[in-house]
Ligand binder design. Sequence first.
Ligand SMILES: [Zn+2]
Length: 85
Amino acid sequence: MGSKKYVDFDKVITTYKTFGHLNLPNILEAFNEIPAADVRPVVRGKWEDCTEYNGEYRCPICKEFEGHKRNFCPNCGADMRGTNE
Ligand SMILES: [Zn+2]
């Protein structure tokens, strides 16, 4: 991740509207003042079908079992909605 800073895009828009495009030095400074957003890398996974083993599905990230194929693992928060498969 290094020195990358992630911000809330709505705050960028709001800041831009406050200054307008004619005031570039100020708006750049204002952008810099936007607090870093609280983001975490998205972990993606796919439920492992263990229904024949114990009737449940297993998260490939944290290895916890879950009764239903949820969109997110309730234990580790992994995104199970699938990508572009
Ligand atoms: Zn998990």
